[in-house]
Design a protein around this ligand. Structure first.
Ligand code: ADP
Ligand code: MG
Ligand code: MG
Length: 205
């Protein structure tokens, strides 16, 4: 692995902190105006718990997952925390083997779906994450590079965010709004897309 897992976590923290107000604004429209604050608190706590000497992929992902769960009060904490914990479970040493990455992505997606009992079309993280996962696997399975897979995944996640504008929220706080949630993009789908963007950028650095 060229880049340390720590550098990816820090890149995630940075993009979340940069977009903190934007994410909170999105949540103000259909939720309780704290998604940016929640995510920034969580990722800041995680980065504080880690150090550059933490090089073990599994261990860092596990620490990140536990850190998010323990520091974020909102729904997003346990969901994002589960994402990291499940990926940690299937991570192998420090390999960035494309097939292992596919398995980690799949475990993370299944974990979030199970934890939040949500499927695609409910205006949640899943609307960005599932298409991103599918695009990632498709590229890897057809012999593409990890960079190409990340690029396609990011594209699919962005389309997923656009899709959330067209649908009614049926999970989480935004579901209280019913039809009035239409026209607004989902904060969680947006933060997931930002995380993916930070991964791609750090990968290409
Ligand atoms: P809270 O809603 O508790 O204030 P946040 O504002 O941090 O928490 O997170 C809201 C985001 O969490 C939503 O935009 C949505 O994407 C995501 N979310 C909420 N419930 C679920 C769920 N059951 N499954 C997947 N994602 C969910
Ligand atoms: Mg909120
Ligand atoms: Mg809240």
């Amino acid at each position: 692995m060229e880049k340390t897992v720590y550098s990816y976590i820090k890149a995630m923290r940075d993009i979340i902190v940069e977009n903190k107000d934007f994410l909170t604004q999105l949540d103000a429209e259909i939720g309780d105006a704290d998604h940016g604050t929640n995510m920034a608190r969580g990722f800041n706590a995680v980065v504080e718990k880690l150090s550059e000497e933490d090089l073990d992929l599994k261990n860092v992902l596990k620490k990140a997952g536990m850190g998010l769960i323990s520091s974020v009060g909102g729904a997003s904490g346990p969901l994002y925390g589960t994402m990291f914990l499940k990926a940690a479970n299937v991570a192998v040493d420090n390999t960035m083997d494309p097939n292992v990455l596919c398995q980690m992505f799949k475990a993370a997606l299944d974990g979030v779906k199970e934890r939040g009992k949500a499927t695609k079309g409910e205006k949640t993280i899943i609307d960005a994450m599932e298409p991103a996962y599918e695009a990632f696997v498709e590229v890897i399975d057809s012999g593409g590079s990890v960079q190409q897979a990340l690029e396609k995944a990011l594209e699919a996640a962005k389309e997923g965010v656009e899709y959330t504008k067209t649908i009614i929220a049926t999970k989480g706080r935004a579901s209280y709004l019913g039809e009035r949630s239409i026209g607004h993009q989902d904060p969680g789908a947006t933060s997931f897309t930002l995380l993916l963007e930070s991964i791609l950028k750090n990968y290409m650095k």
